[in-house]
Write a protein that binds this ligand. Structure first.
Ligand code: HEC
Length: 374
């Protein structure tokens, strides 16, 4: 009996999206209804920011549409399918996606390896056989099972707003080939050094482009494949997330410097900052209400690569929950987090409360407490 292991793959592109026509109606609806909670610049208010890289309910076209149409039970986000026809909701979804960089529709396919052995990876090769899976995964993940042996193809649309010269940076084991609009832009294999920089620069005009990543794993190991697209003298965009299942979550522990962590923790509001102080006290500060909502002692964080890669998978706080820690730090109606910084053992958080700047600092005190200064 033969066992086969397959690579599951999914990737994301953080490139600028081109403006779509058909977003006018979306803009109209947004500015009439959604603006009250998500803000005139889509950067949040009562509702979360819709342009940052934090998507609690998924960032694919389908996921965003679902959030809007079905609402989010138990929150102020109602099901807008009760208010608008589907066409309008599609338009508002487009409008939101158009406001950020990113790529949404991803696809995973995996194939048995035997067929590809000794052949150059090429899209046509994939067309000639049936893939094992065409299922969509939680978006933006390069997802691998621990023991596998397979070949994958990821297809996606690349949205380029800012035209010019681009280049791919690839790192990871295995053979990788990247195709843009049916042209091979990159090829690397196992024997090459770990970080392969594609030497060829290429022009990308504004608009949408077909992107394909073909990848093969040589051995059964915990894989980390990584590719990014770089605009020359400009920004970098990740094309993939990290191996999720195949890698051990990172543990974040306290050190002599305070740390601020932004991760999605079950049961905490989406805009929560986790403040980890040198005395191992961790505080969950909800930047959208100005409150400390929870706290732990002897705390550390089991961090999945969630926020950057927009995983649906949660990180976990470990520690002993502190009783009676909840506290209102800032009073007001409208909160905007401006920035935060750590200096030594202290975290300073700057916010706008009802339009007025408010700062406070938090530092460790004793074994299981903290000191607040304004
Ligand atoms: C009364 C306030 C309110 C209004 C009006 C509102 N939202 Fe929301 N929205 C929220 C809240 C609160 C959440 C976060 C729910 C949660 O905790 O997951 C949310 C979540 C979302 C999400 C999911 C974000 C994520 O991170 O996954 C999307 C997308 C969204 N809203 C779009 C819209 C659109 C489009 C409209 C207008 C048609 C709209 N919202 C109107 C309050 C509002």
């Amino acid at each position: 009996m033969k066992f086969k292991y397959f690579t599951l793959f999914i990737f994301s592109i953080f490139a600028y999206q081109v403006a779509f026509s058909g977003t006018e109606r979306g803009r109209e609806i947004y500015s009439q209804i959604c603006v009250t909670c998500h803000g005139p610049n889509l950067d949040g208010g009562i509702g979360p920011n819709l342009i940052d890289s934090y998507w609690k309910n998924g960032d694919s076209q389908d996921a965003v549409y679902r959030s809007i149409a079905k609402g989010i039970t138990g929150t102020e986000m109602i099901a807008y399918e009760l208010v608008y026809p589907e066409k309008d909701l599609r338009s508002v979804t487009e409008f939101i996606l158009d406001k950020q960089e990113g790529n949404r529709d991803t696809l995973r396919s995996s194939y048995s390896r035997d067929y590809f052995q000794g052949k150059r990876l090429h899209p046509d090769l994939f067309d000639s056989i049936e893939s094992i899976s065409q299922k969509k995964l939680p978006e933006n993940f390069y997802y691998v099972e621990r023991m596998f042996d397979g070949v994958l193809r990821g297809q996606s649309i690349l949205h380029i707003k800012s035209p010019g010269k681009y280049r791919f940076n690839i790192s990871g084991k295995g053979r990788t080939s990247i195709w843009v609009n049916g042209k091979e832009m990159h090829y690397s294999n196992d024997s090459k050094p770990k970080d392969t920089h594609i030497s060829k620069e290429f022009e990308l005009p504004p608009g949408t482009h077909d992107l394909e990543i073909l990848h093969e794993e040589p051995t059964s190991h915990s894989m980390r494949f990584y590719a990014r697209l770089q605009k020359l003298n400009g920004e970098h965009w990740m094309l993939t997330g990290k191996s999720l299942e195949g890698s051990v979550p990172k543990v974040v522990r306290s050190s002599e410097k305070a740390k601020v962590i932004r991760k999605w923790i079950s049961g905490l509001p989406p805009r929560t900052l986790l403040l980890l102080l040198p005395n191992q006290v961790m505080l969950a500060y909800d930047s959208s209400t100005g409150k400390i909502v929870k706290g732990w002692e002897s705390a550390f964080l089991n961090q999945t690569p969630s926020l950057d890669s927009r995983s649906q998978k949660q990180s976990e706080v470990k520690g002993k929950e502190l009783p009676d820690i909840a506290k209102t730090i800032l009073k007001g109606e409208h909160f905007n987090l401006l920035h935060y910084e750590t200096i030594g053992d202290t975290v300073t958080i700057a916010s706008l409360v009802d339009g007025k700047p408010k700062n406070f600092s938090i530092s460790p005190e004793g074994k299981n407490s903290y000191k607040l200064t304004f």
